[in-house]
Design a protein around this ligand. Structure first.
Ligand code: CAA
Length: 404
């Protein structure tokens, strides 16, 4: 990409080296065992990659309030080799963005340097059994207890649960309020009453745990209330998702890129009817569509990351567009790649079927693609107020009859 900066390229190259030297050779094994790859986590930490989205002031490498462009470049490279590792890495950004958008200075100083070094791994506890797309329908409660708060309830689909040692937990603190009902809390492994429940058996991203998390009267001091004030949890959750969704998009696009590369090589080696299958126009068309879609996703992600890093007011829309487009692309491209591999593509002997399994979740988590389309449409409708000067070119209510 000609317009990437030297710093962007530096992190891209570092991530690529870890992906090819450490991740790719181990990916199938961890997928089979459904086991957290501590060896890979160590290699990522050693390369300094956990620093990329955290500002320099807090021990990170980011120039601004965050660096989502570098985050995206790293996630893309890791995911080219393994989509599970892509999210294993990106979920730490998701779990720590609430601190960046809403934490007190003290909370930032306490946690961010340890996240940047890889010492602390994070998880984001928003979803519940009955609160998925409707993220305001939470049942987990935060109840004031003396100077502190007690957390009661259960979360569902906590990615990185068990491996992480810092959990950002969203809970209802004022059930009768119209707005400002929800607050975010920082829960640590070892807090009394906090435990890991069911560990999910998953279709893809099998090297990263997804679990239920339980909070049985976990007592927290006010220093664990994000931002030190109740009622801002939902806003912080939404702002966090705006920053994090290009990361999921990059996981998806990295998977698409990885699958495209494998399919391109395979179709050049595989011969049928006396010729390499990539000489057939039907195969060429599939390859060309895969490449076009993947590149379009990449450009949209970089545009979203750039919008975030430069503080554009269009962040919410761009973030949702990148997530939706890139993850739909990944599902299409990885499915096409399996098709091009034919019978071999369907077998677990080769890595290509894993790309398709890993891709599916990207259309679901961090907001289903139906929710992304809703967010995009809501923002478009809001922006349409800027185009009122076009009113004279559209029919008014009493002009429905053809007058020509
Ligand atoms: N930034 C800042 N504030 C925002 C915002 C944003 N992007 N979006 C909404 N808000 C604010 C609104 O301004 C509004 O504030 P006021 O009350 O002050 O007016 C408030 O939040 C409520 O907004 P809405 O009325 O738009 O909220 P809603 O209930 O209609 O929900 C939604 C909107 C977009 C559907 C939202 O619920 C949503 O994003 N749902 C999907 C949740 C999600 O992504 N879950 C994934 C969890 S993470 C995960 O997948 C697990 C993992 O570990 C990987």
């Amino acid at each position: 990409m000609p317009w990437l900066t030297d710093e962007n390229r530096h992190w891209q190259e570092k991530a690529r080296t870890v992906a090819e030297k450490v991740i790719r050779p181990l990916a199938a094994d961890y997928d089979r065992k459904q086991e957290y790859p501590w060896k890979i986590r160590d290699a990522i930490a050693e390369a300094g990659l956990f620093k990329v989205w955290i500002p320099k002031t807090y021990g990170g490498a980011g120039e601004g309030p965050q660096s989502v462009m570098n985050l995206c470049l790293v996630v893309e490279q890791l995911s080219r080799a393994c989509g599970g590792v892509g999210v294993l890495f990106a979920v730490n950004a998701l779990g720590s963005f609430p601190l960046l958008v809403g934490g007190t200075e003290e909370q930032k100083q306490k946690y961010l340097p340890k996240i940047a070094s890889g010492e602390k791994l994070c998880a984001f506890c928003l979803s519940e059994k009955t609160a998925g797309s409707d993220a305001q329908a939470l049942k987990v409660r935060g109840v004031q207890d003396g100077d502190g708060w007690r957390i009661h309830g259960e979360k569902k689909w906590t990615t990185n649960g068990g491996a992480a040692n810092l959990y950002t937990v969203f809970a209802v603190t004022d059930p009768t309020a119209k707005g400002k009902r929800i607050s975010a809390f920082l829960v640590e492994t070892g807090d009394e009453g906090f435990s890991i429940g069911k560990v999910e058996d998953k279709m893809g991203i099998r090297c990263v745990p997804v679990v239920e998390t339980r909070f049985e009267g976990v007592l927290l001091g006010t220093d664990r209330l994000l931002g030190g004030r109740p009622g801002y949890g939902f806003k912080h959750a939404m702002e966090t998702l705006d920053l994090a969704r290009p990361g999921v998009a990059s996981q998806a696009m990295g998977l698409a890129q990885g699958a495209l590369e494998l399919a391109t090589i395979y179709t050049s080696k595989r011969s049928q009817f006396g010729a390499p299958v990539n000489s057939f126009q039907m195969v060429q068309q599939i390859l060309a569509d895969m490449a076009m879609r993947t590149e379009a996703a990449r450009q949209l992600i970089y545009a979203a990351a750039h919008a975030i890093d430069t503080g554009s007011p269009l962040v919410t829309k761009f973030s949702a567009m990148s997530k939706c487009f890139a993850t739909d692309t990944a599902m299409q491209v990885t499915t096409d790649a399996v098709q091009l591999f034919g019978g071999y593509g369907y077998m677990k002997d080769y890595p290509i079927e894993k790309y398709m399994r890993d891709a599916k979740i990207t259309q679901i988590y961090e907001g289903t693609n139906q929710v992304q389309r809703l967010v995009i449409a809501r923002n478009l409708i809001r922006e349409s107020a800027n185009f009122s000067f076009l009113s004279e070119f559209i029919p008014t209510e009493n002009q429905h009859v053809y007058e020509g």
